[in-house]
Design a protein around this ligand. Structure first.
Ligand SMILES: Nc1ncnc2c1ncn2[C@@H]1O[C@H](COP(=O)(O)OP(=O)(O)O)[C@@H](O)[C@H]1O
Ligand SMILES: [Mg+2]
Length: 247
């Protein structure tokens, strides 16, 4: 049984169809990349999975439960974690405190005392490579460190599914490779399915995803193993078109 199933999901904003009749299955522990140019519906899709919006049509099932209309705050404890494109730490709290908050609101939400949450935070901080900064105020971190913190906070929630929204944007190739390795190691160890979305960073997709889903104007146009997906004529067209616009 798949961990996450989207069945013919549609989300509109007024007359605009942001996500158009999309069906997706994600298995436990799977690494899937969602790609597509700016405006293709990636963030909206994540918002539907994490419960920020409800779809007008279709059904979302997580871990065997229909969550189509389950509010966002109940989905994190069920095991749906996410990172945001723009990291949102509590800027005046320390790195350690920020990660501990993630632990307290995650899958073990309500059951953890502060001391246990801090212990989990320390383990995660070590894994994401932020130990040297653990007592720093989050607001003083560099952008790359903030991204690591964002990932640490999400991992501390002990998700079964981790949604990563452009988590590696703005990083150098070497930093991306390190980040991909870090996430892969943790996710494999803890059997976390990772759905990572990107606009530009093909390096991260190729390094991480076993399967790639391509969105274009809200519709799913490709869903295939990574190598095949990146050779797909639709993908080449969508991406070359996009790069031309940018240059
Ligand atoms: N909250 C919103 N209200 C109105 N339109 C939105 C909203 N969020 C996204 N959209 C529109 O939905 C489409 C898909 O956007 P988005 O999901 O952010 O794409 P992506 O993440 O792939 O760049 C875009 O046309 C965008 O302008
Ligand atoms: Mg987006």
């Amino acid at each position: 049984m798949a961990l996450l199933v989207l069945e013919n999901v549609t989300k509109r904003f007024g007359g605009l169809i942001a996500v158009n009749n999309v069906s997706i299955e994600i298995k436990e522990g799977e690494f899937v990349g969602i790609v597509g140019p700016n405006g293709s519906g990636k963030t909206t899709l994540f918002n539907l999975i994490s419960g920020v919006f409800f779809p007008e049509e279709g059904k979302i099932v997580f871990d065997g439960k229909d969550i189509t209309r389950v509010p966002s705050y109940k989905r994190a404890p069920m095991g749906i974690g996410r990172t945001f494109q723009i990291p949102r730490p509590f800027p005046s709290a320390t790195v350690r405190e920020n990660v501990a908050v993630g632990a307290m609101f995650g899958a073990m939400g309500g059951q953890l005392d502060v001391k246990s949450a801090l212990k989990i935070a320390d383990e995660i901080i070590e894994k994401v490579g932020l130990s040297a900064h653990k007592n720093k105020i989050a607001g003083t971190l560099t952008p790359v460190e903030k991204k690591l913190l964002e990932i640490g906070r999400a991992l501390a929630m002990k998700p079964k599914l981790l949604l990563m929204d452009e988590a590696m944007a703005g990083m150098h190739p070497k930093e991306i490779d390190n980040m991909v390795n870090t996430i892969k190691n943790i996710a494999i160890n803890e059997k976390i399915a990772v759905v990572s979305m990107v606009e530009h960073i093909m390096r991260a997709v190729v390094g991480m995803a076993q399967r790639v889903i391509v969105l274009h104007q809200g519709s799913k146009i490709v869903d295939a193993p990574t190598e095949a997906a990146l050779k797909d004529p639709h993908v080449v067209e969508v991406y070359l078109g996009h790069q031309k616009e940018e240059n």
